[in-house]
Design a protein around this ligand. Structure first.
Ligand code: UT7
Length: 332
């Protein structure tokens, strides 16, 4: 087999809908309090899409920002991968809708379903097309309108999630000193019923009964997910670091999935990360599922923390269970 090419992230763009849902707003909807939410999750507010605004709309805005940053047009893209649990429809894929809205002429693409780990899985999947030389430019987008599948009478889920999108362009890295170094992914389907949307699929097609039973909303055993995430996120990162001869203190920027501030700090403590390396923006966005990691990349950049050559680790745990970690050196 010929040598695989090195792959880098060459541009980043994000988008969140303007409307805010604050903890104080939620106090009016369910029996909760700002104090409980901030203490148990770290969240202050989330962005919520207006009615009629779908994941493809958020995805397109994020994609346009990424393409503008790179100075390329939609026609320069070869593949679009959309990571999402809230596709506009079951089919066609959101990637097709994004292709059409962007006017990307020379492209193929698909959706990738891995819940909160979908962005890191999509980056790694897209990277294979560049590494083999099959394609030059891959657009990877994480986009979710979580508010479309949340029950705003269920206080155990409605305080957590928000809407948003983030996109990156993947390309060949000409220099060996930047780009993706390694990754480690795992799925464990024994956790399927700890976090899921039971209705609407082939198992429980939508009926009046599934609607009455609220099966078209997110159902979560919060404590089971919390315990798994705290253990597994640190474990997978430790294994990835070890096999690359690295320690937590070597990481310049740690960009974890933003599910709960307590999960992030527990992971950071166990890995021995330097506090200033850990990116947290859950206070502003909540858990936007596939969009948390690109949104946190953007936060790191705005805080002046992402510089060329920096050693970056991405990490996620989500429904499935899905787990993922990626090591890379920031390229620009
Ligand atoms: O992206 C991956 C997906 N999800 C996750 O990673 C979520 C992981 N889990 C979590 O983040 C946390 O488990 C939650 C934030 C969901 C819940 O926090 P917790 O500290 O695990 O709370 P709990 O479920 O153990 O509930 C403690 C108490 C309960 O009351 P009682 O039984 O002690 O009287 C709940 O009914 O807090 C109550 N509670 C609330 N109270 C006020 C649950 N939700 C709320 C709420 N406001 N929103």
């Amino acid at each position: 087999m010929s040598r695989l090419l090195r792959v880098k992230i060459s541009a980043l763009g994000t988008y969140v809908p303007p409307r805010l849902l604050t903890n104080e707003d939620l106090e009016k909807l369910v029996e909760t309090s700002h104090e409980w939410i901030i203490e148990r999750t770290g969240i202050r507010q989330r962005h919520i899409a207006e009615k009629g605004m779908a994941s493809s709309d958020l995805a397109v805005e994020a994609a346009k920002n990424a393409l503008a940053e790179r100075g390329i047009t939609p026609s320069d893209i070869d593949v679009i991968i959309v990571a999402t649990v809230t596709p506009d429809m079951f089919f066609p894929s959101t990637a097709c809708l994004v292709q059409h809205k962007l006017g990307a002429k020379n492209v193929w693409g698909f959706d990738l379903s891995a819940a909160c780990s979908a962005f890191v899985y999509a980056v790694q999947s897209g990277a294979q097309f560049i590494a083999t030389g099959a394609h030059q430019k891959v657009l990877v987008i994480g986009a979710d309108v979580m508010s479309s599948i949340i029950d705003y009478t269920d206080r155990s889920t409605c305080v957590i999630f928000g809407d948003g999108a983030g996109a990156v362009v993947l390309e060949r890295a000409e220099e060996d000193s930047v780009g993706i170094i390694d990754f480690l992914h795992e799925v464990d389907g024994s956790g399927a019923c700890s976090l899921y949307m039971p209705g609407g699929g082939s198992l429980h097609p939508s009926t009046h009964e599934t609607l009455d039973k609220k099966m078209h909303y997110v159902h979560q055993d919060g404590q089971a997910v919390f315990k798994f995430a705290v253990r597994k996120q640190a474990e997978i990162c430790e294994r990835l670091l070890r096999r690359n001869g690295l320690r937590g203190s070597d990481i310049a920027v740690f960009i974890p999935h933003q599910a709960n501030k307590r999960i992030i700090t527990a992971t950071a403590d166990r890995l021995g990360l330097r506090p200033e390396s850990v990116i947290i923006n859950i206070d502003r966005y909540g858990n936007t599922t596939a969009a948390t990691i690109p949104l946190a990349m953007d936060t790191a950049r705005r805080e002046g923390k992402l510089k060329k050559g920096d050693l970056v680790m991405l990490a996620s745990v989500g429904a499935g269970f899905t787990t993922g970690a990626t090591l890379l050196r920031w390229a620009y």
